[in-house]
Design a protein around this ligand. Sequence first.
Ligand code: NAD
Length: 267
Amino acid sequence: MHLQENIQQPSSKNTAQAMFSLNGKTAVVTGGGSGLGLAIAKALAGNGAKVIITGRDENKLQKACEEIGNACCYIPADLSQLQAIPAFVEQLIQRAQTIDILVNNAGINMKKDALDVTDEEFQNIILTNQQAVFALTREISRHMAAAQQGNIIMISSMAAHYGLPKVVAYTASKTAVEGMTRALAVELAEKGIRVNCIAPGFIATDMSAKALNSDKDRMQRVLARTPMRKLGHPDDVGYAAAFLASEGARFITGTVLAVDGGNSIGF
Ligand code: NAD
């Protein structure tokens, strides 16, 4: 067989624009009521997807849906309640029939000296950022596998790329997310599911404000090693997610895409 036979050539119907459209797709975005999740939901909806956002705060979710428009609806859920995840996924399927895209964005952070972190605090971060991500991905992947297609996007952090002080549990959880991305990408490829990860640099959201605004030295260090010399905008992550979710990224799986203004390669 010639290699070329395997390559789908663009036709007039299959233009570059169509390759980036998410028309007809349904996406689930966790933590979609605020920050990066809201920007991701907006970008996916802007490219044609129907989006179901989830999170713990119903008021925030409702406001986010109003901002995004008709393409968006919400189902509240606390994903740290692992035993409730299968029933939550059934609710999603009843609402959407199929789920084409899952963005595992929900996450929590805790800034504290490593030597003061208790086992309970460590476990709490791992539960939300790692175990809940796996449990939701497993349940939704079963439906994606039955449909022989799906697209999963994880959200990690620069904390998984270099040593950041005072975030030991967060770092452990986000490093695990990148490992899971690779392990799942390999296992799910034959079921038609792609799994990728976005590693945001420092993006201006409530979460980063908590970590940076009261710590001038940390903010200066962030900007000093970011060649683009600014924090990112949540939309920067949204657009990257819309790309990875699209057919335009059809040969990309198992990658970690840094969206960081060069922070991870800065001198
Ligand atoms: P954020 O606090 O604004 O958003 C986090 C969202 O997750 C919130 O909507 C929250 O309600 C939701 N969430 C938390 N725990 C949940 C739970 N148990 N069940 C359901 N929803 C839950 O923070 P953000 O900055 O938008 O962060 C979004 C993601 O991006 C996180 O995974 C974070 O670790 C990651 N990240 C952010 C930055 C940054 O600079 N902002 C950098 C790297 C990675």
